[in-house]
Design a protein around this ligand. Structure first.
Ligand code: F6R
Length: 264
C-alpha cells in the first residue's frame, strides 16, 4: 500500500509535493526526475522555483524525463508539453536545457521515438523519483483505461474524456491532439520512487478506485498498489471518497510523514 498523506488544503498538498522534490534534489543533486504536466502540477513547479531560489538549491545536476508529449505538436508549439515545461519550470531554474527530456511530438516516426525515449531513460540510469498526476478516469501519464500494466513508452490514443479535459488549454477552434507518446505503466513502475499528487473533487472517485479498488487495467493508477515506494499526496477534496480515510489520517495526521526526513 502506498503512503497516503491527506493535507488540510490544496496549498499545503502542493507545497509538500514541491518540498519532497527539493528534498530529493538535496539528497542527490544528480538525480533523474520524472516530471508530469497538467493543471495539478503548475503550482508545484511555481513552489519549486521559489523554494530553490530561497534555499540556494541548484538544479544544474538533474536530468529530467517527462511522462508524455502530444503527437503532432512541435516542441515550440505553445501547447506542447515541451513549451509548457519550459514556461512553468525549466526557464526559471539553472538546469541545462539539454538535460531536460520529453518525447518529440513532431518526430517523423513516433513509434521509433517512443522506443528511443525508453532507451534514453535506461541509459540515464533509470528514474529516481517519478512525479504523477491522475486523470479523472484513473489514467497515469496517458495510459488510459485498458492500457497494459506492463506497457513501455509508446503511442497511445487519448480517451474522449481526456481530450475534452485537455481542451481547456487550447484556443477555440484549435485542434486538440488525439494521440500522445507516453511512458508506459511498466516504465513508470521501474522508477525507484513514485510521488502522486491529486487535488480537487474531480479526482476523488479515481483516487479511491486507484488506492482501494482492485488492481486493474480499468484504472491504470491502481498499479501504484504494487510499487514498494509510492507516496500519494491529497487534499481534502481528492481524499473525499476514500473508505479508510480515518485510518490514513491517524497514521499521518495533517498529511505529515514522520520518517520522511530519513527516507529522502
Ligand atoms: C500529464 C499526465 C496526465 C495528468 C493527468 C491529470 O503529463 O501525465 O496523466 O497528470 O491528466 O491532469 P490535471 O492535473 O490537468 O488534472
Amino acid at each position: 500500500m502506498a503512503t497516503i498523506l491527506i493535507h488540510p488544503d490544496t496549498a499545503s498538498a502542493t507545497r509538500a509535493t514541491a518540498e519532497r522534490l527539493l528534498a530529493t534534489i538535496r539528497a542527490n543533486p544528480a538525480a533523474v526526475l520524472g516530471m508530469a504536466t497538467g493543471g495539478t502540477m503548475e503550482p508545484v513547479y511555481t513552489a519549486l522555483i521559489a523554494r530553490a531560489a530561497e534555499t540556494g538549491q541548484s538544479l544544474a545536476g538533474l536530468h529530467t524525463f517527462n511522462l508524455d508529449e502530444y503527437i503532432g505538436l512541435a516542441g515550440d508549439h505553445p501547447q506542447s508539453y515541451r513549451t509548457t515545461m519550459d514556461r512553468l519550470l525549466f526557464d526559471h531554474v539553472d538546469i541545462p536545457h539539454d538535460q531536460t527530456h520529453l518525447p518529440r511530438g513532431d518526430a517523423t516516426d513516433p513509434a521509433t521515438e517512443a522506443f528511443d525515449y525508453e532507451a534514453q531513460i535506461e541509459a540515464a540510469g533509470g528514474i529516481d523519483l517519478q512525479l504523477l498526476g491522475i486523470g479523472a478516469n484513473g489514467h497515469v501519464g496517458f495510459n488510459e483505461p485498458s492500457s497494459s500494466l506492463a506497457s513501455r513508452t509508446r503511442i497511445k490514443r487519448l480517451a474522449r474524456s481526456t481530450i475534452e479535459a485537455n481542451a481547456r488549454f487550447f484556443g477555440a477552434g484549435e485542434q486538440v491532439p488525439t494521440h500522445a507518446i507516453t511512458m508506459g505503466i511498466g516504465t513508470i513502475m521501474k522508477a525507484r520512487r513514485l510521488l502522486m499528487l491529486a487535488t480537487g473533487n474531480g479526482k476523488a472517485e479515481a483516487v479511491a478506485a486507484a488506492l482501494e479498488g482492485p488492481v486493474t487495467a480499468s484504472c491504470p493508477a491502481s498499479i501504484l498498489q504494487f510499487h514498494p515506494e509510492a507516496t500519494v499526496i491529497l487534499d481534502q477534496e481528492a481524499a473525499a471518497e476514500l473508505k479508510w480515510r480515518d485510518f490514513y489520517e491517524d497514521i499521518h495526521p495533517g498529511g505529515q510523514e514522520v520518517y520522511f526526513a530519513d527516507r529522502s
